[in-house]
Ligand binder design. Structure first.
Ligand code: NAD
Ligand code: UGA
Length: 466
């Protein structure tokens, strides 16, 4: 078994395409696979080929630098790559539709379809097409129709959703809980293709962790996995409100509940709310699917996960306002962290965007610091969310070069991303540089509230007694 000189291309050099392909290249034995990552964005490809990669992910840079130029290549010649490959992963973005039918809910399939049409147009030898993007159920069928309409060659179409989380992508890819491969076993070409893809993963993933299912189960499992994860966060966040109202401590409740082996301890961290490019988009997609099958009660059930998340973000902001005597007009507030979680520079759907926008509306002066997010990204996110120009924002928002600089002279510290480095700050020193009373609003329950109170801070942490 195994593969020899299998030519693997991946359309989409993003958070999924880049790390996944780097790991496949690194984990396969010499001569087994050759990997080519393709993107229509020349800028992105140039960055992948440079010393400064387009995304930050722990361990990624070392991996890419070790494989690049050997069996890992990046190119913007998408057509050439399609022609060259035996197996083509499609890992393009599938954002929520912004206009037309299903706007605000359904997944926008423009990029997936464009990639499929390119393959149909260019391919002149048989290809295995692997759907890696997260897609609505039955997308593989649409891809098949686009590909086969051409009729020049044959295609196998597999679903292989990705479960990596940002910030731990390399670890998740190297030691996945499971790899899921969906294929139509009634078709001989698809059955063989499933085996080829299993062989690729089997270079480093134990066989019992490689699941094969029918295509529809595979597509749906991805949406359901994200919905379940997000649901846990919304569940514990709903409990955090109850804790604050009643005097219970959400960390103690989460621990007690999570020690039940049937429930488990993971994903029970109360927070300012979940963010990231996928949870909201994938649940909206699930809701849209349910509605299109006329399953309104099911749609309503899952929509509530998002509503609870929106409520939690708003609740956090209101808590800041109330805590600071119902006015923050003209008060300087330090925002520590802008990424949607630690160990990534990604800000897609970051709760920090919503919280900053609401504080901006309340006329606060914001000083924002994040260790990895680019300044341009912060301005882009806030101009879009606040519907105003960068010049207007800059009248009351500054970006700071460090947490200490952000905090200097401020009335409050908001901790919005759980960066480990925030734990190690010299809070005594920071306290002396702040206006008094000095507030801390910990949206991640990262800091030691008791120690901060000892220093003189007024501390609010999610789901904790005041
Ligand atoms: P991304 O936006 O980071 O990357 C997508 C890339 O595809 C972009 O660089 C874009 O230029 C390129 N692209 C789009 N259309 C193209 C085309 N027709 N030809 C060539 N290149 C094209 O997106 P991502 O975060 O990597 O997500 C990709 C998919 O994987 C999505 O469906 C997402 O839901 C899913 N997913 C993401 C994560 C994650 O952690 N980000 C995890 C699991 C699954
Ligand atoms: C998530 C899933 O964990 C991945 O399995 C999936 O592949 C991916 O979505 C995807 O499809 O894109 P990701 O969004 O990168 O990964 O990060 P998570 O670790 O899941 O965190 C999501 C959000 O929930 C973050 O804002 C995080 O801070 C928040 N969170 C997470 C909490 O507020 N509390 C928790 O206990 C856990």
């Amino acid at each position: 078994n195994g593969t020899r000189n299998l030519k693997i291309a991946c359309i989409g050099a993003g958070y999924v395409g880049g790390p996944t392909m780097a790991v496949i290249a690194a984990k396969s034995p010499p001569g087994a696979v050759d990997v080519l990552v393709l993107d229509k964005s020349e800028v992105r490809v140039r960055e992948w080929n440079s010393d400064r990669l387009p995304i930050y992910e722990p361990g990624l840079e070392e991996l890419v630098k070790a494989q690049r130029g050997k069996n890992l290549h990046f190119s913007s010649d998408v057509d050439g790559g399609i022609r060259w490959a035996d197996m083509i992963f499609v890992a393009v973005n599938t954002p929520t539709k912004r206009c037309g039918i299903g706007a605000g809910q359904a997944a926008d399939m423009t990029f997936v379809e464009a990639a499929a049409r390119r393959i149909a147009e260019v391919a002149d030898t048989p290809k295995i097409v692997v759907e890696k993007s997260t897609v609505p159920i039955r997308t593989a069928e649409a891809i098949r129709q686009v590909l086969e309409a051409n009729g020049r060659t044959s295609f196998a179409i597999l679903s292989n959703p990705e479960f990596l989380a940002e910030g731990s992508a390399i670890r998740d890819l190297c030691e996945p809980d499971r790899v899921l491969i969906g294929g139509n076993v009634d078709r001989e070409t698809d059955r063989q293709a499933v085996q080829t893809l299993v062989d690729v993963y089997a270079y480093w993933v134990p066989r019992e962790r490689i699941l094969t299912t029918n295509v529809w189960s595979s597509e749906l499992s991805k949406l359901v996995a994200n919905a379940f994860l997000a649901q846990r966060v919304s569940s514990i966040n709903s409990v955090s409100a109850l804790c604050e109202a009643s005097g219970a401590d959400v960390s103690e409740v989460a621990r007690a509940v999570g020690m039940d082996a049937r429930i488990g301890p993971h994903f029970l961290g109360a927070s300012v709310g979940f963010g990231g490019s996928c949870f909201q988009k994938d649940i909206l997609n699930l809701v849209y699917l349910c509605e299109s099958f006329k399953l309104d009660a099911v749609a309503c059930y899952w929509r509530q996960v998002i509503e609870m998340n929106n409520w939690q973000k708003e609740r956090f902001t209101v808590r800041i306002l109330h805590g600071m005597y119902n006015t923050i007009t003209g008060k300087k507030i330090a925002v520590l962290g802008f990424a949607f979680k630690r160990d990534t520079g990604d800000t897609r759907e970051s709760p920090a965007i919503d919280v900053c926008a609401r504080l901006w509306e309340e006329q606060a002066l914001l000083s924002i610091y994040d260790p990895k997010v680019d300044a341009e990204q912060i301005w882009d996110d806030l101009t879009r969310r606040c519907h105003c120009t960068r010049d207007e924002l800059q009248q009351r928002i500054r970006l700071a070069p460090s947490a200490e600089a952000a905090a200097h002279g401020s009335h409050a510290l908001l901790l919005l991303t759980d960066w480990e480095e925030f734990r190690a700050l010299d809070f005594g020193q920071i306290y002396r540089s702040m206006s008094k009373p000095a507030f801390v609003f910990d949206g991640r329950n990262l800091l030691d509230a008791a120690a901060l109170r000892q220093l003189g801070y007024v501390v609010y942490a999610v789901g904790k007694p005041i």
